[in-house]
Design a protein around this ligand. Structure first.
Ligand code: SF4
Length: 401
């Protein structure tokens, strides 16, 4: 079933806010990575990074112009192209890593590790058709979700702690295997490729390289055998016949599902590739983000990228997880900020918090200094937040279905 035919998109606001994503999902428009592959970039491997970035900036203007006149787009692959340039820049960054706001500056290519405890290898814990995401993302056929290991934040209540805190979880995958995973999921009909973790930002080099290797050829049995042990829903017999071509090119929208605690350079690279974004916005108060996620300047960093997404009119949905005892210091100021700075934005106000990791008294990692988070939300708390969201005209109702 086409994503655009789902009844939730009868709502004009939701449809307009996700218009690009819906069109790519239904192959009525090319994914950004296809446009990038059509933009010639005459760079050389011996060029300095500043020069590579200036070629990148010029090419971004071209990409944005093509998107504005997308119905006139005449796809033709060229080399070297903007995707190739993104691969090269991401490798340079890996040697002095600043993918995220930690800006560790370690040479991951040489085996050094920063806060995420990863060298240049990327690991995937599992992938599958996710039918628990928002309806706009799961649609009828699921969201093609790829769980990468490790994270750059240390949320004490993490609900994916086995993946985010164990950098050795899962299997090492290279760019070719990642391309095979993406193709398998799309051939099986998913509406998008959902990069998540942990946090996917710490694997940006592999993700860009994997996307650059997507092509319109079938998957061989050997390629499927290399990845099938990571497929959590391998026992479901999906057919591989989904029509996923734009013109005659493999096509699928890319979804960035992340904490957004990234660097400005990473955001620039992702802007070439992501068709739709799913940022978390957890904390407003600096004291809360330092205490509960061990990061500084959280709101300043994340909100700056949300404002950029809004200004450049990208398709995105914010996720805000309500935390017990943090409604007045975080939830309400976040909703007020959205209303003031990025009005009309789609927001999923999430009520499913449950104690986990260091906030769960039954967990060996429990620490009573996080006792404020050792319970679920009450009905009164949830109702209070929704009342305030209504007063502030927050667009959340289509996202909580
Ligand atoms: S991804 Fe972030 S945490 Fe990991 S090494 Fe790079 S800057 Fe540090």
């Amino acid at each position: 079933m086409k994503l655009g035919n789902i009844s939730i998109f009868n709502s004009d606001l939701t449809k307009n806010k996700l218009n690009w994503y819906i069109r790519v999902a239904d192959n009525l428009a090319p994914a950004k990575f296809l446009i990038a592959r059509s933009i010639k970039c005459d760079f050389k491997l011996n060029m300095k990074i500043d020069l590579l970035w200036s070629i990148f900036d010029e090419s971004m203007l071209t990409l944005n112009n093509i998107r504005k006149n997308i119905d006139e787009f005449d796809y033709k692959s060229v080399t070297p192209n903007l995707l190739d340039l993104c691969v090269e820049i991401s490798k340079r960054i890996l040697s002095n890593c600043n993918f995220c706001h930690w800006n560790c500056g370690v040479d991951r290519m040489s085996g050094e590790m920063g806060v995420c405890k990863l060298d240049s290898d990327s690991r995937v814990s599992s992938f599958f058709h996710h039918n628990g995401e928002e309806l706009v993302f799961r649609g009828k056929n699921g969201s093609g979700t790829i769980f990468f290991t490790s994270c750059n934040m240390r949320c004490v209540f993490c609900q994916n702690g086995d993946i985010s805190t164990d950098s050795r979880n899962g299997d090492v995958i290279g760019a070719d295997q990642l391309a095979s995973i993406i193709k398998l999921l799309r051939f099986e009909g998913v509406h998008n490729i959902n990069f998540v973790g942990g946090d996917p930002i710490v694997h940006l080099h592999t993700i860009i390289d994997g996307i650059s290797r997507l092509n319109n050829t079938d998957l061989s049995n050997t390629e499927i055998e290399e990845i099938i042990n990571l497929k959590a829903d391998y026992f479901i017999n999906y057919s591989l016949n989904y029509d996923c071509n734009y013109i005659s090119e493999f096509n699928v929208p890319m979804l960035w599902n992340s904490n957004f605690y990234m660097s400005a350079d990473a955001f620039r690279l992702l802007s070439v590739l992501m068709d739709v974004w799913l940022p978390d916005l957890k904390f407003y108060d600096e004291k809360c983000s330092r205490r509960l996620a061990k990061v500084s300047k959280y709101f300043e960093v994340v909100s700056s990228f949300l404002i950029k997404l809004y200004e450049i009119q990208e398709n995105f949905v914010i996720r805000h997880l309500i935390l017990p005892e943090h409604i007045d210091c975080c939830t309400i100021p976040i909703l007020e900020w959205i209303n003031e700075y990025i009005p009309d934005t789609l927001v999923n106000i999430m009520t499913q918090f449950h104690p986990d990791m260091r906030t769960d008294p039954k967990n060996i990692l429990y620490n009573e200094k996080y006792a404020d988070l050792c319970r679920k939300l009450s009905k009164d708390e949830i109702n209070r937040v929704f009342e305030i969201a209504d007063q502030l005209n927050i667009n959340y109702k289509d996202l909580i279905i």
